[in-house]
Design a protein around this ligand. Structure first.
Ligand SMILES: C[S@@+](CC[C@H](N)C(=O)[O-])C[C@H]1O[C@@H](n2cnc3c(N)ncnc32)[C@H](O)[C@@H]1O
Length: 286
């Protein structure tokens, strides 16, 4: 008997997987536009349809009180990029293959530092895969935040399917804008989220301020392959007249922003596109 979550997502095949790899700064240009248009000639006729779906996305954003009080991001683009289909794809991928290549080692590293009895705050929690895994690894309570209402809906369903719904509080909106109103947690987790946000400093500072013990974060590597992928994503968003953009923030600046004297790096790794790290608060730093 398939689970409720698997039944819900059965047959809801995602379209293109471009949004999977989240990309860099405005590194696109004419060559990228030519590549995208060449690969998707039908897109040129779809501007009216894109405009309609964008206005629907805007209404959803308003209806769900998505806030961006920091003034540096336009929330209207997120629900269109992180939509029902990408949420469905992420849930199916987790059910079929488990955690992705950055979430898995980050959760392992947190486990080895001791997750038993801890509280977790996941920013950009997506479809809830990492949060569910951390609860199953011994975390006792969690807060999940995502700017996309579609992802929060999918994540809630996943939690309820696994019996965790009572342990998780959900917020829809911009973490940076709401961080000061949230209770700090023992563990703060951001997997491939800072790259969706223009202001790295504000997001990293909000994440640091929200953890009492451990901070786990995956962010893009600064290399040509990431720039190409991210450039393609930004070009795709621009063609669709979507305000969403991805950013390759300087990894060294991220490390410096988190680093000593308040935090000590306790685990790290890399994949083709991403770096991930876990930091622990130093004694007396809070
Ligand atoms: C690339 S996805 C990653 C999702 C999930 N962490 C994963 O690895 O599968 C980025 C997620 O962050 C969310 N997001 C981006 N900026 C955000 C912000 N400022 N506040 C809350 N969520 C945000 C997006 O809606 C999206 O679900």
């Amino acid at each position: 008997m398939p689970s409720a979550v698997a039944r819900t997502y059965a047959g809801n095949a995602p379209s293109r997987s471009v949004a999977r790899s989240w990309a860099s700064e405005e590194g696109s240009g004419l060559v990228m536009v030519v590549v995208i248009v060449y690969q998707n000639p039908g897109r040129r006729a779809g501007v009216a349809g894109v405009g309609r779906s964008l206005s629907v996305a805007r209404k959803i954003a308003v209806a769900t009180t998505v806030r961006c009080m920091s003034g540096c991001c336009d929330p209207s683009g997120y629900p269109e990029v992180f939509d029902k289909k990408t949420a469905a794809r992420d849930v199916r991928s987790f059910l079929d293959k488990g955690l992705d290549s950055t979430a898995k080692p980050m959760v392992e590293a947190l486990r080895s530092r001791g997750m038993e009895g801890s509280t977790v705050l996941e920013v950009g929690a997506g479809a809830g895969a990492a949060l569910a895994t951390m609860l199953e690894a011994g975390a006792t309570g969690a807060v999940g935040i995502d700017i996309s209402p579609h992802y929060v809906k999918a994540a809630r369903l996943l939690m309820s399917d696994r019996g965790h719904e009572e342990k998780v509080a959900w917020h829809i909106g911009d973490f940076v804008a709401m961080s000061e109103s949230l209770e700090p947690a023992d563990v703060v987790f951001l997997n491939r989220v800072v790259c969706c946000y223009p202001n790295m400093v504000d997001m990293v500072d909000a994440a640091k301020g929200s953890t009492t013990r451990l901070l786990a974060m995956a962010y893009p590597r600064k290399r040509w392959s990431t720039r190409i992928v991210f450039g393609l994503i930004n070009t795709w968003a621009r063609i669709r007249r979507n305000t969403f953009r991805v950013f390759v923030h300087d990894p060294e600046s991220i490390r410096r922003r988190v680093g000593s004297p308040d935090f000590e790096e306790v685990a790290s790794g890399s994949t083709v596109l991403w770096h991930w790290k876990v930091w622990e608060r130093t004694a007396g730093s809070r």
